[in-house]
Design a protein around this ligand. Structure first.
Ligand SMILES: [Fe+2]
Length: 416
């Protein structure tokens, strides 16, 4: 039902009428949300201007030692993002970075990508002719990083910031991961092709038209928006996404990446709107009277959900760059958090990352594993991404024998 894109305008109009019927005072509720959220955005901008990095930072060893202060956990919940530092030793990560460059170079990735450019015209727009995000999933460094005990410990700690246990059993298991194989970024200095406008991943119009999402956001749509807990696991694994290469099929408690090189403001890296309640604003903004009946502030099926100056200007006041991160640091953000990538890399070195988020064990995520396993064994692209399949012929890609006992469970070769 959700797949029939031709019906979307009428489906949207129907949903908006329903939401307005269910919340007749939607104007007053939104006015209240706006006041509070605009104030929060201005506060964040002012604090950032005064030198506060805003994005909470935790040192990995403090997680291991159980020494993270409750104040930090509260800040992560409020801002919806975190940096966990020194998850990997610098030397190990620097060696991975070299190995990845070597892997794509000796396997002629760039030439093969150009030859395939009919498949993806993205490459033809690149001035340098070098891609910045590589459709690489199965290199040795990626496998090693994903199955590392230190990143598992980090994810477990972050996952327990969620309300994960319910009366009828857990919504997901916070200390067990399902691998979600993603790509790598090697962004070169001077690149201006990779900028991403502020957006949210993991569903656009679904957030309004899907009953599962409406349940997740039920307190927002009922007007009791202060009751909405973005960290409640209930219902999060029951949402239905419109299938598309731009939408993740798994439930992620966090999106994230591991830094392979030092990068910070100006280096073509991540920017965030560090406000967990920004989604409350976006949801209610789209049902106000100044929006067309069949439009949700420009949300389009199968794309990222954009936060625009036209509709979401007050939120964008709080769009700030992440602080400088070092090789081995990791960055994490909640799936409702607005993020962007700087238009231009004005720094002097590559800004490189391995994308590693957190997809904890649950029925929804387990369903994804068999296809991903097949892709891994054959070197094909991971199932959620364009079927470029570069690594099928690549020399040196990881094989089943490279998986650790933990990695085998995360990939579903063995059960927990
Ligand atoms: Fe994104």
């Amino acid at each position: 039902m959700l797949q029939d894109l031709a019906d979307m305008p009428s489906k949207i109009a129907e949903t908006k009428a329903l939401l307005r019927r269910q919340l007749p005072n939607y104007r007053e509720v939104f006015a209240e949300v706006s006041r509070e959220i605009e104030q929060e955005a201005e506060e964040i901008a002012a604090r950032f201007g005064a030198g506060d990095p805003i994005v909470p930072s935790v040192v990995y060893q403090d997680i291991v030692d159980g020494r993270v202060s409750p104040g930090i956990a509260a800040a992560i919940r409020r801002h919806g993002c975190a940096i966990v530092r020194s998850v990997f030793p610098r030397e190990q990560v620097t060696a991975w970075d070299r190995e990845l460059l070597d892997y794509v170079t000796r396997n002629n990735y760039v030439e093969k990508a150009k030859a395939k450019s009919g498949l993806d015209n993205y490459f033809s727009k690149l001035k340098s002719g070098r891609p910045q995000i590589y459709g690489i999933y199965w290199s040795q460094p990626q496998i090693e990083a994903r199955q590392a005990a230190s990143i598992a410990t980090t994810r477990t700690w972050l996952n327990t910031l969620w309300e994960w246990d319910g009366a009828d059993g857990p919504y997901f298991v916070p200390n067990r991961d399902c691998t979600y194989a993603d790509r790598i970024r090697q962004r070169e200095p001077g690149d201006n092709t990779l900028g991403l406008s502020p957006h949210v991943d993991g569903g656009t119009i679904e957030r309004w038209i899907d009953e599962g999402y409406r349940h997740v956001y039920r307190h927002v749509f009922s007007g009791e928006w202060r009751k909405h807990n973005p960290w409640a696991g209930e219902g999060r694994t029951e949402t239905h996404e419109i299938p598309s290469p731009a939408v993740c099929q798994m439930f992620r408690t966090y999106q994230g990446w591991t830094a392979l090189t030092q990068q910070g403001p100006g280096d073509g890296t991540l920017r965030l709107v560090p406000m967990i309640n920004a989604m409350t604003y976006m949801l209610l903004r789209a049902i106000q009277d100044d929006t067309p009946d069949d439009d949700l502030c420009g949300a389009e099926a199968g794309r990222a959900l954009l936060a625009s100056e036209k509709w979401h200007g007050p939120l964008l006041k709080a769009l700030i760059p992440i602080p400088v991160v070092q090789p081995g640091d990791t960055v994490w953000w909640h799936p409702d958090v607005i993020h962007a990538v700087e238009n231009e890399h004005r720094g002097s070195g590559y800004s490189s990352v391995i994308y590693i988020g957190s997809a904890p064990d649950c029925a929804k995520n387990r369903k994804y594993l068999p296809n991903q396993r097949e892709a891994f064994l054959n070197g094909r692209s991971a199932p959620d991404f364009a079927a470029e399949d570069y690594e099928v012929e690549f020399e040196g890609r990881a094989a089943e024998a490279d998986l650790s006992p933990l990695g085998r469970k995360q990939m579903g070769f063995e059960s927990w």
